[in-house]
Design a protein around this ligand. Structure first.
Ligand SMILES: [Zn+2]
Length: 238
C-alpha cells in the first residue's frame, strides 16, 4: 500500500485487493486537513497516519466516511478526527454500535444479511479475533451537502445517487477538480452477489456529467479519469 501524491493538496493511501482494503483519501487545507473514509480498523488507520508523518503532512481534523460498509467505517473507533457521515450511513451503522462481537453474533449478522457474506473472508483477515471489532457512529451527521473551507480549498461533502447503496457520499474538491467517490460507482452487494440498479446508475451519470472534475479517486481502483468513470456507467445502462 503506497502513499500516493496526486497534487500538493490531494493524496491517498493505496487500496489493497487481497484484503479488499479501500484507499484512504487526504485533502490538505491550509487550516484543516480532511481524511476520506476511516478504513478497516486500528492497523489501517495507523498505516495512514504513519504515511502522513513520513510526508510531513498534518493529521486530519475531519474524516468523511463515504458509506457504512465495514472497510470504510470500522476505523472510526481509532480516529481522533471528527467523523462525518450522512444520516443514512449513521442509521445503518447504529445497529453495530455497542455490539459484543462473538462468533455467534457474527454468524447471525451474516445470516440476516446485516453483513454481506462477501465481506466475511476480508473481515476475518483484518480481525482474526472478532472481539477486537469496535464500531463508532459518526460525530457529525448531515443530509444533502455540507461544505468545509479547509483553507485554500473547499471540501464539498455530498450525498450522491449510487447503485452501491442509499448512504453513499462523495467528497468533491473543486479547486483541484478531484472527486473522492468511495464505492459510489459500484453495484450493490446482496449476500455474495453484486446487483446493479440502472435507475441509480442513470442518476449518478447525470450528476457526474455536470460536475467539473478531471479525476475521481475510487476506493478499490485508485485514480480513474472522469471519462473512464462515465464510460463504465454508460456500459451498464445501454
Ligand atoms: Zn462498499
Amino acid at each position: 500500500m503506497e502513499f500516493k501524491k496526486v497534487s500538493d493538496r490531494i493524496y491517498y493511501l493505496e487500496q489493497e485487493d487481497i484484503s479488499d482494503t479501500p484507499a484512504l483519501g487526504y485533502v490538505r487545507g491550509d487550516v484543516f486537513s480532511l481524511m476520506v473514509d476511516a478504513g478497516t480498523g486500528a492497523a489501517h488507520v495507523e498505516r495512514f497516519m504513519t504515511s502522513l508523518e513520513e510526508n510531513g503532512l498534518p493529521e486530519p481534523v475531519f474524516s468523511a466516511v463515504t458509506h457504512h460498509h465495514w472497510d470504510h467505517s470500522f476505523g472510526m473507533a481509532s480516529l481522533e478526527a471528527i467523523t462525518i457521515a450522512c444520516k443514512n450511513c449513521a442509521k445503518k451503522l447504529a445497529p453495530f454500535e455497542d455490539v459484543k462481537w462473538t462468533e455467534e453474533r457474527f454468524s447471525e449478522m451474516l445470516e440476516s444479511g446485516a453483513i454481506p457474506t462477501f465481506c466475511e473472508e476480508h473481515i476475518r483477515m483484518a480481525y482474526p479475533d472478532l472481539s477486537a471489532i469496535e464500531v463508532f457512529c459518526p460525530d457529525m451527521i448531515f443530509e444533502g451537502e455540507m461544505v468545509i473551507d479547509l483553507g485554500g480549498c473547499k471540501a464539498v461533502i455530498m450525498q450522491i445517487p449510487s447503485p452501491h447503496g442509499s448512504d453513499c457520499i462523495a467528497v468533491y474538491v473543486p479547486e483541484e477538480k478531484v472527486l473522492f467517490i468511495g464505492d459510489g460507482l459500484y453495484e450493490g452487494i446482496v449476500g455474495s452477489n453484486w446487483v446493479d440498479d440502472p435507475e441509480e446508475v442513470i442518476k449518478l451519470q447525470k450528476l457526474l456529467r455536470n460536475l467539473d472534475f478531471e479525476i475521481c479517486i475510487d476506493s478499490h481502483s485508485g485514480v480513474i479519469t472522469k471519462s473512464d468513470a462515465l464510460a463504465n456507467l454508460a456500459e451498464r445502462v445501454n
